[in-house]
Design a protein around this ligand. Structure first.
Ligand code: NAG
Length: 190
């Protein structure tokens, strides 16, 4: 009975330890959350977004608490991915439920859904696979693909009427989150 419990504990604990160990990528700096934001961000807009993203993501903000930069990059990529999902849901709800959408608006929203598909798959790959397993090769291009895909949708919405739709501020926020994720990724030498 006791032996079975110990074996069960080992089975549960070993994968957790391994998952944590994989984030200890070689040559990745160890730093506090606030320091990571200061180091990564050159503008007040990005810096403030970084601090609020860290808080919302549950990062320990005390200056004495250090984490591998990988942890912050993963947090930012997850935060951007979740934000993309909210935007896609808002757009698809409008497309399926709002019968008073103009053709222009409908085309723009449909275009944005297409733009978001590569952004979404790339940010998920970055957050869930590449960063946790320390595979940084090719990630600079993948971050660029995320940003340019979201930016394509933002530019699509830049007409005087489309820019006033509720989707525009969501897309703008997504673009900024994608840029922030990339900036934190650069702390890993990406
Ligand atoms: C439907 O679309 C119109 C035009 O963009 C918008 O003004 C309205 O708020 C939308 N309705 C809902 C319920 O979202």
């Amino acid at each position: 009975m006791a032996m079975a419990k110990i074996i069960l504990l080992l089975v549960v604990l070993v994968p957790i330890r391994m998952a944590a160990a994989r984030r200890d990528c070689p040559k990745v700096p160890l730093l506090g959350a606030v320091a990571a934001c200061q180091k990564a961000c050159g503008t007040k807009l990005m810096h403030d977004l970084c601090i609020s993203m860290m808080r919302q993501g549950g990062a320990d903000m005390s200056p004495s608490h250090m984490e591998r930069a990988t942890v912050y990059a993963i947090l930012a990529a997850h935060s951007a991915g979740n934000s993309f999902d909210d935007t896609k849901l808002a757009a698809s709800n409008q497309l399926s439920q709002n019968s008073s959408l103009s053709t222009t608006l409908r085309n723009a929203y449909e275009g944005c859904m297409n733009d978001y598909a590569p952004a979404d798959s790339s940010i998920d790959h970055i957050a869930d696979e590449a960063l946790p397993s320390c595979r940084f090769k090719g990630l600079a291009d993948e971050y660029t693909r995320v940003i340019t895909s979201v930016e394509k949708c933002r530019v699509r919405l830049l007409s005087p009427t489309l820019v006033k739709t509720p989707l525009y501020p969501m897309v703008l926020a997504d673009r900024n989150k994608a840029v922030l994720a990339n900036l934190l990724g650069k702390l890993l030498g990406i």
